[in-house]
Design a protein. Structure first.
Length: 189
C-alpha cells in the first residue's frame, strides 16, 4: 500500500518537533519517519528510534547505493537523510508517514511525491523570538548559534515552496490548526 506523507519543516527552534509529536499522539494512523545521520549517537539516544546512526562512511555508502529519498550534508561530514526503506516499512504497515525534516529535505520529498505529500512550513513568530528560544535551549555556543540563525534566515526564505505556512506564535493554537490540516489531508480522497 502506498500511503500519504506529511512533511513538517522549519528552522531549528520554530516548534516543529513539538507539533509533530502532538500529531503522532492524536492520529494513530501516522507513523514517524526516523531519519538517518552520520554523527555519533549521544548517550540518551537510541539507534532506530531517534536516528539511524550510520557514521560518515556508512552514510556515504548508502548515498552511493541510492538508498535515500533525500539527504543533505548540513555541515562538513555531517549528513542527514531519509531512507527509502523507512517509508516502505511504514507504508507496508498500512500507515501514513509523518516527517520532521529540515527545509531542504522537505522541499525534496514534496517534489518527488507531489499530491501524495503535504508540506507544512512551521514559521516562527519572528527572528528575535527564534533566537530567544534557541538561547533557552542552551545547546549551542555563540558561533553555532550564529550559524543556526543565519541558516534560519535562508530557510524562512523558502517558506513559499511549501503547501502551507503554519505560524507558530502560540503553540496551542498552532497545534490545533495542524490537527485540522492533517485531518483534512488524510481524509481527502
Amino acid at each position: 500500500m502506498e500511503g500519504k506523507m506529511l512533511i513538517f519543516s522549519a528552522p531549528s527552534g520554530a516548534g516543529k518537533t513539538t507539533i509533530v509529536r502532538a500529531m503522532l499522539d492524536f492520529f494513530p494512523e501516522l507513523e514517524f519517519s526516523v531519519s538517518a545521520c552520520s554523527r555519533p549517537r549521544r548517550e540518551t539516544e537510541v539507534d532506530g528510534r531517534d536516528y539511524y546512526f550510520l557514521g560518515v562512511e556508512g552514510f556515504k555508502k548508502k548515498i552511493s547505493e541510492g538508498a535515500f529519498l533525500e539527504w543533505e550534508e548540513v555541515y562538513k561530514n555531517n549528513y542527514y537523510g531519509t531512507l527509502r526503506s523507512e517509508v516502505d516499512r511504514i507504508w507496508a504497515a498500512g500507515r501514513h508517514v509523518i516527517f520532521d525534516v529540515d527545509v531542504y529535505g522537505g522541499i525534496n520529498i514534496k517534489r518527488q511525491f507531489g499530491d501524495n505529500a503535504l508540506s507544512v512550513f512551521v514559521m516562527p513568530p519572528s527572528m528575535e523570538i527564534l533566537e530567544e528560544r534557541l538561547r533557552k535551549r542552551a545547546t549551542d555556543d555563540e558561533a553555532s548559534l550564529g550559524k543556526r540563525l543565519e541558516k534560519a534566515r535562508h530557510e524562512i526564505g523558502k517558506a513559499g515552496e511549501f503547501d502551507i505556512v503554519l505560524r507558530n506564535d502560540d503553540l496551542d493554537r498552532a497545534t490545533e490548526e495542524a490537527k485540522q490540516i492533517v485531518a483534512g489531508f488524510l481524509h481527502e480522497k
